[in-house]
Design a protein around this ligand. Structure first.
Ligand code: C2E
Ligand code: CA
Ligand code: CA
Length: 770
């Protein structure tokens, strides 16, 4: 490829050299005139007709050569092959050869035959002059040069030799160096020209290749000189800025090209100044790479390569697609999928930025907002509706998002708001009221009207030293407090809550230890027949005496243990202890154990209980299990399966706290129950409120129809007891009226006493207090 190219290239140059031979008409004509005048003047001087013929011959030779030249002119040289070039070179050589030979012969004739000083002088001079002119005119062909020199000088030298004069012979010999120098000069000129033409051609080819490469680049390119003026702009650069090929950019400032881009609508005017500034940075070497926005959807990435004093090469490409996908990825990484609100990590970054820019006197607040009973929405309407509610709530929340309020969703139903600059507590109060007011209220989801209320916890801090983590913990504590206080929709964090938090953390650690080391104890609350004459069984209730805080209520630590996932460990130890103790009681008495929803999530509870019964040889009929409906909803099928198995083994299953949940009645049928434990809220103002009694009787009748036994708990007064008894509302009664929870030893003594007693005396409450 390379060699054939270079041959083609040499042929091309050779043709141009041969063509140059055919172009010198003027000098050829001038030469002919000189030859004709010379020979004619010699003829007139010495009257030798040879010169007249020579004159005619020289004229004719010129004429033929001239005609041939005109023929050459008419040829289409574009399709010339090497042999054509060589043929035309030979034709030319023949012409000049004949002319030179004729001149040489005229010289020889003057020297040998005419022997006239004028004829010798003038013909030799003209012939030598003609030969020398070869250097300037006929150097294009080495063959031509050699032939002319030979054709002219051989007859001339022969003439000198044949003149038979030793001085003439010497002169003839002295002409030899002249011929040789002339030849080498002509060749030198040709080689020099050949080399420079070749170099020029090569440069042209390189330039063309460079152009092709530049214009086929996928990047736009501007090459700028040391003064920042455009030296080269490739096609892509022109295309991008819609600059016509005919517009000459070289020597113009880059800004001029940009201005054309702006005029052609490729660069938005609003970005022009920024682009210019960024480009100035690149050109000055302050940056090496920069991203620029040229309009709403277009991004260019520029790179600069400096060439020292010579300037800089700027390349750029359209990276809009890349930026777009990066934006999409960022969107996914930064925003919550469901609501489109900033997610936890992005929110933190946004907050950090705000804190970074805060004034010294600025105060900020962080609010955690939670939907009350959101779990209920999910449970009753399904997760899809739950998601719709969250989106709708987020849409309302978004209406608050502005420079002064950052909003986000942290997951679940937890929304977090940051107020970087609040005027004071009054301002905060107004804003929070507005937020909670706006977000709460009625939502229509899947054609269902939902009334939503919210709770929020707020923490305040000096913005400059706000620690988002701490504020969040504080706001969470305040939220917890707001939920606890029930009436208040939002609550501001106070230091006491933090102490409460610290206490809670401490409780958690200590609770774990207490459960693991079995250092919790059990008390037993007796259950009586309605007459109060007989103990039928007892409920085992755990107790925890904290070494520092004293007794901790189960209402505190049971939810904690559930939250920590260690409730089943507690159940395990309660089962072991209660079953062991019950085996020592009179045979007709059962022990009742509270199970947590967590216990019914897997089958370990079955083997735990079976093992305990086996170990203590206790009949399963003497064990009662209490379950509350809350929490069972998560996996009701599993709970039902486990309870059925336990009931199949002979244990009694009671539903606890009946009447406090959402859909209690449906549970009566769904679970394999033997007993219903009616919550003490049914009993509390039974005597004052006739509606309550109606309700109680309804529940009791329904339960009895389903074949369930009735336990009424929380009976405290004589009146309550009488009403319950008169209306036949209980099969078993548990409450302070008959006995509070008591230590095992006390219970055992009482149980034995009552069991043995033939008389059916109702025990005095004072006797059984722990
Ligand atoms: P619960 O299962 O409803 O237990 C009855 C609670 O009512 C006991 O409170 C008992 O002391 C109290 N009580 C009994 N009679 C009366 C009365 O006449 N009037 C009033 N006002 N209260 C009465 P306690 O022991 O504080 O237990 C609270 C709750 O903690 C229990 O409610 C039970 O749900 C849970 N709990 C207690 N021990 C355990 C346990 O070992 N395991 C599990 N899973 N839960 C337990
Ligand atoms: Ca219970
Ligand atoms: Ca209960």
């Amino acid at each position: 490829m390379h060699s054939s190219n270079s041959t083609a290239f040499a042929d091309d140059v050779r043709l141009s050299f041969v063509a140059s031979l055919y172009q010198q008409r003027g000098t050829l004509f001038a030469g002919m005139i000189a030859h004709v005048v010379t020979t004619t003047s010699v003829y007139f001087r010495i009257d030798d007709p040879f010169y007249l013929y020579a004159s005619l011959a020289l004229f004719l030779i010129w004429l033929c050569r001239n005609l041939d030249m005109m023929r050459f002119d008419r040829l289409d040289k574009a399709h010339f092959r090497l042999h054509d070039t060589l043929r035309w070179e030979k034709r030319y050589v023949v012409g000049s050869l004949v002319a030179a030979f004729t001149l040489g012969t005229v010289c020889a004739h003057s020297l040998v035959v005419a022997q006239d000083p004028f004829a010798e002088m003038v013909t030799v001079s003209v012939t030598l002059a003609t030969m020398i002119s070869v250097v300037g005119r006929n150097f294009g062909s080495r063959l031509n040069v050699d032939m002319i020199i030979l054709a002219a000088c051989l007859p001339m030298m022969a003439g000198f030799v044949l003149a038979h004069d030793p001085y003439m012979i010497l002169m003839g010999l002295l002409l030899l160096p002249l011929f040789l120098t002339t030849r080498s000069m002509a060749n030198g000129v040709r080689d020099f020209l050949f080399n420079s033409v070749t170099a020029e051609r090569k440069t042209a080819i390189l330039a063309e290749r460079f152009d092709t490469a530049l214009n086929n680049m996928s990047h736009g390119l501007f090459m700028l000189d040391g003064e920042g003026r455009i030296e080269v702009a490739n096609l892509k650069a022109r295309e991008f800025f819609h600059i016509d090929r005919n517009v000459n950019l070289s020597g113009r400032a880059l800004k001029a090209a940009l201005r054309l881009g702006t005029r052609n609508g490729l660069i938005s005017r609003e970005y022009f100044a920024e682009i210019n500034a960024t480009l100035a940075d690149l050109i000055a070497g302050r940056e090496h790479r920069a991203l620029m926005r040229t309009d709403a959807n277009t991004w260019l990435e520029f790179s600069a390569r400096h060439r020292g004093e010579k300037g800089v090469v700027l390349t750029f490409e359209d990276v809009s697609a890349r930026i777009e996908s990066e934006k999409r990825i960022l969107q996914l990484a930064r925003f919550d999928n469901l609501t489109g609100l900033p997610n936890r990590s992005w929110f933190r970054e946004l907050v950090a930025k705000k804190i970074g820019k805060a004034r010294a006197d600025q105060t900020s607040a962080l609010a955690v907002i939670d939907i009350n009973d959101f779990k209920h929405v999910n449970d009753t309407m399904g997760h899809i509706s739950g998601d719709k509610l969250l989106s709708a709530l987020a849409a309302r929340l978004r209406s608050f998002a502005n420079k002064k309020i950052l909003v986000s969703r942290f997951g679940g139903d937890e929304f977090v708001v940051f107020l970087p600059d609040i005027g004071g507590e009054a301002d905060l109060s107004a804003t929070m009221d507005e937020i909670v007011e706006t977000l709460g209220g009625t939502y229509v989801i899947d054609r269902h009207k939902l009334y939503i209320s919210l709770s929020a916890g707020v923490a305040m801090a000096k913005t400059s030293d706000a620690q988002i983590e701490d504020m969040h913990i504080h706001a969470d504590l305040a939220l917890y407090e707001a939920k606890r206080r029930d009436k208040e929709r939002w609550c501001l964090f106070e230091t006491s809550m933090d102490q409460e938090y610290v206490r809670r953390q401490r409780l958690k650690t200590d609770l774990r230890d207490a459960i693991r080391t079995h250092s919790m104890s059990l008390v037993y609350q007796p259950m009586f027949n309605p007459e109060g004459t007989r103990i039928v069984g007892a409920e085992a209730l755990s107790r925890w005496e904290h070494p520092e805080f004293g007794p901790v209520s189960p209402a505190v630590y049971i939810p904690l243990a559930e939250e920590m996932g260690i409730i089943s460990e507690l159940t395990h130890s309660v089962v072991a202890q209660a079953v062991k103790v019950c085996a020592t009681w009179p045979e007709e008495m059962f022990v009742s154990i509270n199970l947590s929803a967590h216990d019914l999530g897997d089958r370990t509870i079955v083997s735990t209980i079976a093992d305990a019964l086996d170990r203590n040889a206790l009949a399963p009929e003497r064990l009662q299990l209490e379950v509350t409906e809350s929490g069972l909803m998560d996996d009701i099928a599993k709970a039902r399966e486990i309870l059925s198995e336990l009931r199949g083994m002979g244990m009694a299953i009671a539903i606890d706290d009946f009447g406090t949940g959402y859909s209690s009645l449906s549970y009566l049928n769904l679970l394999p129950l033997n007993k219903v434990k009616i919550d003490r809220s049914f009993v509390s103002n039974l005597t004052e409120d006739p509606q309550k009694l109606k309700l109680l009787r309804g529940v009791v009748n329904l339960s009895r129809e389903l074949g369930l036994e009735i336990i009424v708990e929380g009976v405290e007064t004589e009146e309550q007891l009488t009403t319950i008894r008169d209306n036949n509302c209980a099969d078993i009664i548990q409450g302070y009226i008959f006995g509070a929870p008591i230590r095992e030893s006390v219970f055992a003594e009482l149980a034995t006493r009552l069991s043995r007693s033939a008389k059916r005396v109702r025990p005095q409450p004072a006797l059984v207090r722990a």
